[in-house]
Design a protein around this ligand. Structure first.
Ligand code: WT7
Length: 574
């Protein structure tokens, strides 16, 4: 079925936490994992305790937990520091009446304050909602409104994108910056922190109580609030052990922003549940800066994304030679298909295999992966994590034999499975429409050796540089522009970004196509929604293909774009 299936890259001889995949898979038992947490004994659970305080209690308080660098800062925080700071923020939250179950958002660029705030929010038992710093007014408002957020932590610059008067639930905004003008509902983060006690009573919650709300895009409607609970830490911990292969002395760097699930599950929870030193780099950076970060921090485990690895491949081999990357032991990737060529290139140039991992915002943690002790087949996502049963099923739930393409599905439940789509039960149920299974929305096949191969998304969701963008959200913004009558948005294959956003637009009366207008429209989306959601290509059309019920047929747009047959056109209007 696939000429690549025969190609393998053998595992290195060095030892790994997993050992034999087959044995680990056959003997797996979640109860054994649970025994490694304090709640197994105390019955009390809070992820922030397990990630930070537990290590202090175990005498590791002086170990570096966080090394932060960006253009202007270079700082280190021990587990003890993070314990004290997150306690302080928890106390600040308490003093503003914020308690268990409240939704509290963080909307800031990567900074130590972001990580401290997030931990503090979890410590009071509130549900944290991380927002990517590039979101503009509408994107921010939609998410705060849908979740009914009562508080927000942000910076002076980003505060201007928060439409406070349209958000009646939002009572308190903590602003972290210099010389904050305090007013009704606006609180000076640093001033409050300075006053707060470093001791705090952690809110012990149930395993099924809310932890985090990540908004993610679907093909229709507004973004969905994917809700995860404290119990997810079992998956974060276990995959941190066998997939990331975290060991006591590792220096770990996950390049993702906490605005996306990779940046929390694997940028915060997994590494700190294992008590390892976590490197965080803020700001935008060039290949040289990335390599510098690895060299200066002696990073041993590096978790990034295909779009970044393609950028490095494009930047070439010579630049790699200018840095000492010998500290690297283990490299991983997530977010979109990892091209076989990139795996081969990485193996040759870094002398390390790049381990692809597959999962989703909804799954909360890694589910299908490559492991340091298992041969890699370049182009394959790997095999299910021990404890996870994956299968290719047809639309009726029948399991398909090897090499047949179908729905990539996971047996329910598993510890980090989403527990709700906020305010949207029907959406949630769609994922579980076939009894006993979670339907991912991805298509794939499994080969005779049990390796899974990604084929595509079933819906129209666009994956650009590893970020999932719902075409509907972009289209809705586009039609707010006075010149735009209708818009249809698709992902167009792109060698570096995976896909780019292409918009087909029909104009209103009185407007005519021009290059300036294209630019203006792209800018409009960039400033109203976010830079990563702005179309990189725009094509004007007199009319867009639509169904009789008025739905824009994105698959027809895609077929036009790629010169493919448009398929069944029975529902199209004249
Ligand atoms: C979608 C989920 C969860 C981390 C980041 C993305 C695609 C993810 C892979 C992979 C091929 C992948 C899928 C999936 N995807 N990892 N290793 N190979 N495709 O999370 O934004 O929720 O997107 O990303 O299509 O369904 P997300």
């Amino acid at each position: 079925m696939n000429q690549l299936q025969g190609e393998t890259i053998a595992a290195a001889a060095s030892s790994s936490n997993l050992g034999s995949y087959d044995e680990a898979y056959a003997n797996f038992n979640w109860d054994e994992i649970e025994k490694q947490f304090s709640w197994y004994v105390t019955g009390k659970v809070n992820l922030a305790y397990e990630a930070i305080d537990r290590h202090v209690d175990a005498g590791k308080g002086a170990k570096i937990a966080l090394r932060f660098t960006d253009q202007s800062r270079d700082e280190a925080y021990t587990f003890e520091d993070l314990q004290a700071l997150s306690n302080q923020f928890a106390n600040v939250l308490h003093s503003y009446g914020i308690t268990k179950g409240d939704r509290v958002f963080v909307f800031m660029p990567r900074s130590p304050e972001l990580y401290v705030s997030l931990l503090g929010i979890i410590k009071v038992g509130a549900v944290v909602g991380p927002l990517f710093e590039a979101f503009m007014e509408t994107a921010v408002k939609d998410r705060l409104e849908d979740s009914g957020a009562v508080a927000l932590v942000t910076t002076p610059t980003l505060l201007s994108r928060v439409k406070r008067n349209e958000l009646p639930s939002l009572k308190t905004i903590f602003v972290a910056g210099e010389e904050i003008e305090v007013s009704e509902g606006i609180v000076d983060y640093h001033a409050e922190m300075a006053e707060a006690s470093t001791d705090c009573e952690i809110e012990w919650v149930n395993r099924e109580d809310g932890l985090i709300l990540h908004y993610t895009s679907g093909s229709t409607g507004k973004p969905k609030g994917v809700y995860h609970v404290h119990n997810a830490m079992l998956q974060h911990y276990y995959t941190g052990k066998v997939v990331l292969d975290l060991q006591e002395d590792d220096i770990y760097w996950c390049t993702a922003d906490p605005g996306w699930v990779t940046g929390t599950s694997y940028g915060i929870f997994a590494p700190w549940l294992h008590g390892v030193t976590n490197v965080i780099r803020g700001g935008r950076f060039t290949p040289g800066d990335w390599y510098n970060t690895i060299q200066n921090n002696k990073v041993t485990i590096w978790y990034s994304a295909p779009t970044a690895f393609r950028m490095f491949m494009g930047a070439g081999e010579d630049i790699v030679k200018q840095y000492n990357l010998s500290s690297l032991r283990h490299i991983l990737s997530v977010g979109e298909p990892l091209n076989p060529e990139v795996v081969r290139w990485g193996n040759k140039v870094y002398g390390r295999r790049i381990h692809d991992t597959w999962w989703m915002t909804e799954t909360g943690g890694q589910l299908i992966c490559n492991y340091s002790s298992m041969p890699i087949k370049p182009g394959s996502m790997g095999k299910p994590v021990p404890g996870i049963q994956a299968a290719i099923i047809d639309d009726n739930g029948k399991i398909l034999p090897p090499n047949r393409m179908g729905n990539l599905a996971i047996r329910t439940p598993w510890p980090s499975m989403m527990r709700l789509i906020w305010n949207n039960a029907p959406k949630y149920e769609e994922y579980f429409r076939i009894p006993g299974w979670y339907i991912s929305g991805d298509t794939a096949f499994m080969d005779e050796d049990g390796y899974f191969w990604f084929q595509g998304r079933i819906d129209d969701v666009i994956n650009s540089s590893g970020e999932r963008i719902g075409p509907f959200e972009v289209e809705s913004k586009l039609v707010e522009h006075p010149a735009v009558a209708e818009a249809g948005v698709i992902g167009k294959p792109d060698p570096v970004r995976g896909e780019i956003i292409k918009a087909f637009i029909s104009l209103r009366e009185g407007y005519s196509p021009s290059a300036e207008l294209k630019e203006e429209i792209a800018k409009f989306v960039k400033e109203g929604l976010s830079a990563h959601a702005a179309p990189r290509e725009i094509e004007f059309k007199d009319k867009l293909p639509k169904t009789r019920s008025g739905k824009i047929m994105r698959r027809v747009l895609k077929a036009w774009e790629l010169n493919l047959p448009a398929g069944d056109l029975s529902t199209i209007e004249d």
